[in-house]
Write a protein that binds this ligand. Structure first.
Ligand code: DQA
Length: 142
C-alpha cells in the first residue's frame, strides 16, 4: 500500500483557536480526521505529524519519508525562512506538495515568499482543509 507523509509545522496545533477568521474553527484533530478519511477513500496509508520545532519536523521526515509516495507539508512560518527544512526536502528526493490553509498571496507581503516551496512539485494555498485532500489525490496518482 502506498504511504504518504503529512507534516504540519509551528502553531498548527492551535488550529480552531488561532485566528479563526483566517484559519477557521476546526482543530488539528479535525484536520487529521479529514486526512485519514480521504486516505481511506484513496486506499493509502498516512503518517501524520505536527511539531512546533524545526528539528523535530526534519527528524520525522528523515525517518518517515524514505520509501513513501511523497510528503504533504504545511511548514507554517518555517516556509518563509527555513533553509534547513528546504535542504531536508531536497535531500529526501520524494515528491512534495506544500499546503497552506490561507491564501499567502492575499496576506502580508512577507508571507508570499516561501523558501521551502522551491523544493515542492507544487503549492496549494488558500483552500483550507481541501488543500490536503487535493495534495493526497495528487501524490497517490503519481
Ligand atoms: C500557514 C501560513 C503561514 O504564513 C503561517 O505562518 C502559518 C500557517 C497557512 O497554513 O496558511 O502558520 O502556513
Amino acid at each position: 500500500m502506498k504511504r504518504v507523509v503529512v507534516a504540519n509545522g509551528p502553531n498548527l496545533n492551535l488550529l480552531g483557536k488561532r485566528e479563526p477568521h483566517i484559519y477557521g474553527t476546526r482543530s488539528l484533530g479535525d484536520l487529521n480526521d479529514a486526512v485519514r478519511a480521504k486516505a481511506k477513500e484513496l486506499d493509502v496509508e498516512v503518517s501524520l505529524f505536527q511539531s512546533n520545532h524545526e528539528g523535530e519536523i526534519i527528524d520525522f521526515l528523515h525517518k518517515e519519508a524514505p520509501g513513501s509516495a511523497g510528503i504533504i507539508i504545511n511548514p507554517g512560518a518555517l516556509s518563509h525562512y527555513s533553509l534547513a527544512l528546504y535542504d531536508c526536502l531536497l535531500a529526501l528526493a520524494v515528491p512534495v506538495v506544500e499546503v497552506h490553509l490561507s491564501n499567502l498571496h492575499a496576506r502580508e507581503e512577507y508571507r508570499s515568499k516561501s523558501v521551502t516551496a522551491r523544493a515542492a512539485r507544487g503549492v496549494i494555498t488558500g483552500l483550507g482543509f481541501a488543500g490536503y485532500d487535493l495534495a493526497l489525490e495528487f501524490l497517490t496518482s503519481l
